[in-house]
Design a binder for this molecule. Structure first.
Ligand code: P6P
Length: 335
């Protein structure tokens, strides 16, 4: 427990150190902390309560089967955001379009939030870690009006704060407000997140690669060559590398950020734009990666530089230790 500091105290101290501190970001992060505790409580009893296990029997705009906990988590986070006057609107991976909060107080909000309420939710029923991913932007439309689409279609370089929650062996909230990446572990006995990992940094290189190799036949020649490189025996360069992929990007990302590694969900012949969502998954995780000294690319461009054109657009996503990402880019250039 790094110097016995709570998430709340860290947020306040970060804002106090920030030149444009107004306390509004503190309030937004506080409501995310609250919603996370509520969702965490439900997830932890998922195996015991049939009503929240399994599928809803419908699909979201992504065409993915919605799990009952997807819908639950989505509703709780949106309700928490709606109760904060600092937030004028939200865009969620589980919603067809963005939600502009109607109340006069919310129309005065200066920030919007984008969220993937439960990433990797197909893992819920098999007790594998899942996650929440969020990012916060200043609105670009005038305060006092309802939020508009352009408030949500901003480049990742405009992110004010981003983070993820891993509901795993312990529940951990990892956050950056632009001052590095810090991890807070939840103590359920007193309902508090304590600073446990201060100033997390991606190792420059690593031995772990994370990708769904079942897509191998559909990968580009460059990606295929890179994966062959990972598996080749060359002890001098620490190869063969180790394959670790659990189907929850938040968990694969977190392990790779701590130990050194790379996560790849590249474009394929069957999904030229990849699978992951640019706004809800790639950009917040790219913000965190760069804050931790890592690199995040779509194979051609820096993720944070990509100008979004629609809420649910997808992007190829390659993120991790600098030396490993740069090696992939070499193979892609050759390919
Ligand atoms: P596949 C979860 O649905 C997710 O968005 C990421 O968290 C995860 O890494 C990936 O998709 C898994 O996709 O196609 O390998 O099952």
């Amino acid at each position: 427990m790094a110097n016995f500091r709570t998430l709340g105290e860290h947020i306040i101290q970060s804002q106090a150190a920030s030149s444009n501190s107004t306390g509004e970001l503190t309030s937004i992060l506080s409501c995310i902390k609250l919603a996370t505790k509520v969702v965490n409580s439900e997830i932890n009893k998922a195996g015991l309560v049939d009503e929240i296990m399994g599928q809803m029997g419908n699909t979201n705009i992504q065409g993915e089967d919605q799990q009952k906990l997807d819908v639950y988590a989505n509703a709780k986070f949106i309700a928490a955001f709606k109760a904060r006057a600092q937030i004028c609107g939200v865009a969620s991976e589980e919603e067809d379009s963005f939600i502009a909060f109607e109340s006069e107080s919310c129309r005065g909000g200066k920030y919007v939030v984008l969220i993937d309420p439960l990433d990797g939710s197909s893992n819920i029923d098999v007790n594998v870690s899942i996650g929440t991913i969020f990012s916060i932007y200043r609105r670009v439309t005038p305060v006092g009006q309802k939020a508009e689409l352009k408030d949500f279609l901003q480049k990742g370089t405009e992110i004010v704060a981003a983070g993820y929650v891993i509901y795993g062996s312990s529940t951990m909230l990892v956050l950056s407000v632009g001052d590095g990446v810090h991890g807070f572990t939840f103590d359920p006995s007193i309902g508090v997140f304590f600073l446990s990992n201060e100033s997390i940094q991606f190792p420059q290189t690593g031995k772990i690669y994370s990708t769904n190799e079942g897509n191998y036949p559909f990968f580009s020649d460059g990606i295929k060559s890179y994966l062959q490189y990972c598996k080749a025996s060359d002890p001098a360069s620490g190869r063969p590398m180790t394959s670790r992929y659990i189907g929850s990007m938040v968990s694969d990302f977190h392990r790779n950020m701590i130990k050194g590694g790379i996560y790849l969900y590249p474009s394929t012949t069957t999904a030229p734009n990849g699978k992951l969502r640019l706004l809800y998954e790639c950009k917040p995780m790219a913000f965190l990666a760069e804050q931790a000294g890592g690199i995040a690319t779509d194979g051609k461009r820096r993720i944070l530089d990509i100008e979004p054109t629609e809420l649910h657009q997808r992007s190829p996503f390659i993120v991790g230790s600098p030396d490993l990402v740069n090696k992939v880019l070499e193979f892609l250039d050759e390919g």
